[in-house]
Design a protein around this ligand. Structure first.
Ligand code: XUL
Ligand code: CO
Length: 442
């Protein structure tokens, strides 16, 4: 640990012409954009798991990155060294938040009681670091998918003892998140899904998932944990069919079981594309249902069918994402958590810093360009104009609930055939985006 990031300076904004790999080119934390600093708009968070625990292990080979921080893995000394490394990294990058799973921060014990003791020791240790640095917790969660006990699921496991174990883990993770004054708490149903209906009682599994969520809501209210609960949709991986498939199916689940008031969504870019949606589609779906909460910022690889969790460097995606965030009113309790890992071959601590800089610069561009698009006004004006038939006449009657099928039939009969429709002008709109993005450059 003592040499970790020793040669890396505190990362500063040096402007777009900077060739220093250890500088921000676009992210200028204190620059005010539309009344708020970039730091306040973007609310970046470090993912504890990828950054401090992930070594790059895959099914073809062992890890390439050393995350021992000079300590024996699986010990409390190692857990403390990871925390030291994480807070040093966040301080160097000026990242204000972190996100964690229970298993990321403390080693598992021989028993559940011992695991809880380890978690308490590490929660005290991390809390001190938070207090001395001012770094906050964006959200916490329980890992209910990694250990073999969760092979058939957690809240949706066929074994009630597993359900109870998962409940104990959720309770403990909420307790720790509250101790950290976390801004929210995430449920990602890692193994809440199934492989085949031949062995699955889907109705009981979904009912049980809802029972667990209701118990969590009751507990949250009991201990006065103020942050929202988030569900993070994902369509597949690790299970073939995950119950929280995408934003729409998650919202439908929440509504069916009367949970919608207690939850918002944590939308992850790579999960959206795995579901066959764009990132912005998922964000819009959350927002129009009053469930926009937080974001796991990363990107997938369109040629690969799994969750590659790459650091986001695609500026178009960041622009379309930030347009949705701004239109949803910006982040309140949420933020941009880099649920992202550097590639297996980019294995050094310097690569971690460079990867975060790349992601932060990409979202700084996304923020600035999204506001430029809004200020330009052509896109919003076009959409407004496209739907103007609903602002008067029969359209206004439809919107205001003043029509029925018979009235509309009389209208359609008297109106005659529809011979023209206005153009959707997709290519024009796409080239407006390009001209806003690159117009000043050439
Ligand atoms: C998995 C994933 C998780 C959640 C938290 O794809 O995104 O890391 O963000 O459990
Ligand atoms: Co995630």
């Amino acid at each position: 640990m003592k040499n970790y990031l020793k040669t890396i300076p505190k990362i500063k904004f040096k402007g777009s012409k900077s060739t220093d790999p250890f500088s921000f080119r676009f992210y200028n934390p204190n620059e005010v954009i539309h009344g708020k600093s970039m730091k306040e708009h973007l609310r970046f968070a470090m993912s504890y798991w990828h950054t401090l625990c992930g070594t790059g292990v895959d099914m073809f080979g062992s890890g390439t990155a050393d995350k021992s921080f000079s300590k024996k893995e699986g010990t409390l000394a190692h857990a403390k060294a990871k925390a030291d490394a994480g807070f040093l990294l966040m301080s160097k990058l000026g990242i204000g938040f972190f996100c964690f799973h229970d298993v990321d921060i403390a080693p598992a014990g021989e028993t559940l009681a011992e695991t809880h003791t380890n978690l308490d020791i590490m929660a005290d240790y991390i809390k001190e670091k938070m207090d001395s640095t001012g770094i906050k917790c964006l959200w916490g969660t329980a890992n209910l998918f990694g250990h073999p006990r969760f092979m058939h699921g957690a809240a949706t496991a066929p074994n009630a003892d597993v359900f109870a174990y998962a409940a104990a883990s959720i309770k403990k993770a909420i307790d720790i998140t509250k101790k950290f004054d976390g801004q929210g708490y995430v449920f990602w149903g890692g193994r809440e899904g199934y492989e085949t209906l031949l062995n699955t009682d889907m109705k009981l599994e979904l009912d049980n998932l809802a029972r667990m969520m209701h118990m969590a809501v009751d507990y949250k209210n009991k201990i006065k944990f103020n942050g929202p609960f988030y569900i993070e949709p994902k369509p597949k991986e690790p299970t073939k069919h995950q119950y929280d498939f995408d934003a729409a199916s998650t919202i439908s689940f929440l509504r069916k079981y009367g949970l919608e008031k207690h939850f918002k969504l944590n939308i992850e870019a790579n999960h959206a594309t795995l579901a066959g949606h764009t990132f912005e589609h998922e964000l819009r779906t959350a927002a129009i249902n009053d469930m926009f909460g937080s974001i796991d910022a990363n990107q997938g690889d369109m040629l690969l069918g799994w969750d590659t969790d790459q650091f986001p460097t695609d500026v178009y995606n960041a622009v379309y994402c930030m347009l949705e965030v701004i239109r949803a009113g910006g982040f309140t309790t949420g933020g941009l958590n880099f649920d992202a890992k550097q590639r297996r071959g980019s294995y050094t601590p310097e690569d971690t810093v460079i990867a975060y800089i790349a992601g932060m610069d990409t979202f700084a561009l996304g923020l600035k360009i999204a506001y430029a698009i809004i200020d330009d006004g052509r896109i919003d004006d076009f959409v407004k104009e496209r739907y103007k038939s609903y602002t008067h006449g029969i359209g206004a009657d439809i919107v205001n609930g003043k029509t029925d099928l018979e009235k509309l039939t009389r209208y359609a009969l008297s109106n005659g055939e529809i011979t023209t429709n206005t153009s959707g002008r997709q290519e024009m709109l796409e080239s407006i985006i390009n001209s806003i993005m690159f117009g000043n450059r050439f």
